[in-house]
Write a protein that binds this ligand. Sequence first.
Ligand code: TTP
Ligand code: MG
Length: 408
Amino acid sequence: MANCVRIMHIDLDAFFVSVEQVANPELKGKPVVVGGRPDRRGVVAAASYEARTFGLHAGMPLVTASRLCPQATFIEGNFAKYRSASQKFMAILADFSPYLEPMSLDEAYLDATGFESIHDSIRQMARAIKQRITDELGLCASVGIAGCKVVAKVASDLSKPDGLIEVASGNERSFLAPLSIAKLPGIGKKTERVLTALGITTIGKLSITPLTALKSHLGASGEMLHRFANGIDESKVEPPGEAKSISRETTFGKDIRDRPQIEATLRYLSDRVSSELRQQSKQARCVTLKLRYPDFTTITRSRTLSQTSDSDQTIFDTGLRLLKKALSQEKQPIRLIGIGVSHLTEPSRQLDMLDSSAQKLGQLNRAIDRIRKKYGFSAIQTGRTLLLKDIFPTDKNGYTRHTPGLSR
Ligand code: TTP
Ligand code: MG
């Protein structure tokens, strides 16, 4: 008999917080928040399950979190520590199956089809994975097992914390049906509002809503959500090629309108993005600007480059054009700004040779990278970013932005 497809979704519980609790066991069982000091701006990155009982959650402003739960311990966080824990977590998973697709620092899909023969059952395999994560890292993972990715993810989410849910093959639809639409990946706040207004509040109801109706209200994503609601997701577990995008963003100390400062911040973030691009020996085809306003609405605007690039100047110029357009259309001050690049490719040498100005720019950028490697990121700055000295503290690694431990 052919094996039926078995996909696992593994996600660590309260990841950043749990890493802090391993380092400082006194924090175990207590309300803990990683994200920054409560008197600063910025948001909760991770909240312990004890903190969640007070209503705290990721993305909540720190001031609100400290008002709801003043007794919580607030930790700034340390990205390098979480990255290192993440690498160990992924290494454990890779011991179980080469068909592994990391989705974020603390989350991965694993294709376990056919692995029953090694572990007695897939459920047993999941238990063994959870055990190793606890024994070796002191962390807790929740696991969902199902016939496709989207249902496995819903299952792991529902099982949290320290959970394990297996959805038997063929039961995907009935498993999803009673759940609220908010549990379905791909349904954000906005889509939830549209569907609720139509009287669609459960995934079951969504699954039997005619496709044409969904498409007329939700556009192209209506089709995907209809498939998901019916427990259908054909996407494969894809072991990583390389990074698909690189981005950097920051929240300002206070909402700002000052154009030179906004542009200087964009310049700085663009430099960090392009420097990372060159470090990965990649070029980008697409540049995306992200802005968040004081009311938390967030927009992204993208532009395709006529030629792929890894140059500070090109990425900044493109971001700046997008920024100018966005600022002309929206009069609110800015809370957060970010810039990212995507559609990454290997550098094309031929173009460089044809275009000597591109070649010179490339040499200049590489020289800058060498100096920064030796003396720190702030050693070289364009005139524009010097303005930032007034709004962000600096250290050897550059400006420490809103959440210093999490700045990259
Ligand atoms: P999640 O897996 O979404 O959250 P979590 O691990 O803290 O909690 P759980 O999975 O048990 O619900 O994200 C993993 C880490 O990513 C999280 O610990 C901190 C970071 N993160 C942010 O920095 N900002 C965010 O908005 C979110 C959602 C996560
Ligand atoms: Mg998690």
